[in-house]
Ligand binder design. Structure first.
Ligand code: B16
Ligand code: MG
Length: 213
């Protein structure tokens, strides 16, 4: 096998919660008359919650907001988002992703999560992967969000592997930048695949089986 470990981004790779992020940010933005659309939502991929809020507030023209106000707004968005997550179930994990993960594990490759989301444990539990991964590095154990490599370096460390022995799978450009900065090979899906920055560009998740050979 080319890699001893694979580190997966969660949102946009293992499952898709970006529409729930959109609905929650849109409701929050509407409540304070800040313009927000799908294009702005696309810029939030892989970006931490507080950094996302700064993007949401770029065109906000209401009364000045202090740190406390921003924390309250982010908490309100997160409550809305977590309500949407309650509707997720194992049916939100595609057969292709499930089968590919099982096949990679059968080849003896260690599998980890490297996500910016503090809601990673809830999402994994909802889609039936609560106990699946060998390591979980997420928004709860990092101090710097992607494009910083910290989340991936911590995942590799948890797997007791060197970055050179691991590959990162990402849908966000910020994630591919983080992988490169950490010394990882990377495989890109969706928006990140068109950036041309990754080691491999994939059409679908199952391509990992040939990449990892
Ligand atoms: P939370 P990923 C990221 O997940 C999302 O892509 C990004 O849109 C979100 O702002 C970030 O998690 C933080 O999420 O508010 O749940 O902590 O793609 O890194 O798995
Ligand atoms: Mg992502």
């Amino acid at each position: 096998m080319k890699y001893k470990g694979i580190i997966f981004d969660l949102d946009g790779v293992i499952c898709f919660t970006d529409h729930y992020h959109y609905l929650a940010w849109k409701a929050l933005a509407d409540s304070i008359d800040a313009p927000f659309d799908e294009t702005k939502n696309d810029r939030l991929r892989g970006v931490s919650r507080m950094a996302s809020l700064e993007i949401v507030l770029e065109e906000y023209q209401g009364t000045a907001l202090g740190e406390e106000d921003k924390i309250a707004l982010a908490a309100k968005k997160n409550d809305l988002y977590r309500n949407y997550l309650q509707s997720m179930s194992p049916a939100d994990l595609s057969d292709e992703v499930r089968d590919t993960l099982n096949a990679l594990r059968a080849k003896g490759i260690k599998l980890a999560i490297g996500s910016s989301s503090k809601n990673t444990p809830l999402i994994l539990e909802r889609i039936g992967l609560g106990d699946f991964f060998d390591a979980i590095s997420d928004g709860n154990n990092i101090t710097k969000s992607k494009p910083d490599p910290e989340v991936f370096l911590m995942a590799a460390d948890m797997l007791h592997l060197d970055p050179k022995e691991c590959m990162v799978v990402e849908d966000a450009e910020a994630g591919i930048q983080g992988a490169i900065a950490g010394g990882f090979d990377s495989a890109a899906l969706g928006p990140a695949a068109s950036s041309g920055m990754a080691t491999y560009n994939m059409k679908s998740f199952g391509d990992l089986l040939t990449i990892a050979e």
